[in-house]
Design a protein around this ligand. Structure first.
Ligand code: F6R
Length: 234
């Protein structure tokens, strides 16, 4: 398995390491970054914001966006990216699915075509408590490309903290598919916190199953995992 596991006891050091990986990518000529949202990414984007890194010649493609949440909504992933990264670090071009497109299925197809026109040098990933990557929930085909998907009850309740109430959390999202994610040249996965243990242990065990989407990364040639979890990987 071409997977480098780095366990960091100190979260600040973990996120500095993630920043260093971005820096090395840029030095090595990377120009297209797949980006993620969620609580895990906030300290990383804080580091990138206060760094000297320049992304003005780079493209970004985000993993996903909620369906039915307008771009200007406080919990949209557009707003998240603007606040946590893009306001301070402009990119040449940024792509995030439009969750309020009139035809969200056509939007998903269009997004997949944008992705296919780019080569993602490094895809940043978090992981859901249930092992999802992007919003590809357990049971999603490994052949999936960008599509409109249903969010599970567990994902909706995990994300309710970003909304005023659970009822407000959308039931659908547009997400890059698992096959779309796997096309990236390199993947940086960050998993922080005990609630991610089951997913990370499954990944490291190497039993690849559509029931735990993150295990698909075992078949990728270049994955770095940064975690604060002490893992017994015998
Ligand atoms: C975010 C995304 C999700 C999150 C995952 C973890 O764009 O696609 O897969 O990475 O749900 O979220 P946090 O970091 O909030 O635990």
């Amino acid at each position: 398995m071409a997977l480098d596991l780095e366990v960091w006891e100190d979260n600040d050091a973990l996120y500095s390491r993630a920043q260093e990986i971005f820096s090395t990518q840029i030095k090595n000529g990377a120009t297209t970054f797949g980006l993620a949202t969620g609580g895990t990414m906030i300290p990383l984007y804080e580091k990138l914001r206060s760094s000297a890194l320049d992304f003005s010649h780079c493209n970004s493609v985000n993993l996903d966006e909620y369906v039915g949440v307008p771009q200007g909504h406080p919990a949209s992933y557009h707003t998240f990216m603007q606040q946590h990264l893009f306001d301070a670090k402009p990119f040449k071009a940024t792509y995030i699915p439009n969750g309020v497109a009139e035809d969200v299925h056509a939007e998903a197809l269009k997004y997949e075509n944008v992705l296919k026109s780019l080569t993602v040098d490094m895809q940043l990933l978090g992981v859901g408590v249930n092992g999802h990557i992007g919003f590809n929930e357990p049971g999603t085909s490994f052949q999936s490309e960008t599509d409109v998907v249903e969010l599970t009850a567990s994902t909706r309740s995990a994300n309710a903290r970003f909304f005023d109430s659970l009822d407000e959390v959308p039931k659908q999202a547009i997400t890059m598919g698992i096959a779309s994610i796997m096309r990236a040249k390199c993947i940086l996965l960050i998993a922080v916190g005990e609630e991610k243990r089951t997913a990370i242990e499954a990944l490291l065990k190497g039993d690849v199953t559509e029931d735990i989407p993150v295990t698909r990364l075992c078949n990728h040639p270049n994955v770095i995992v940064l975690t604060d979890l002490q893992i017994n990987n015998d």
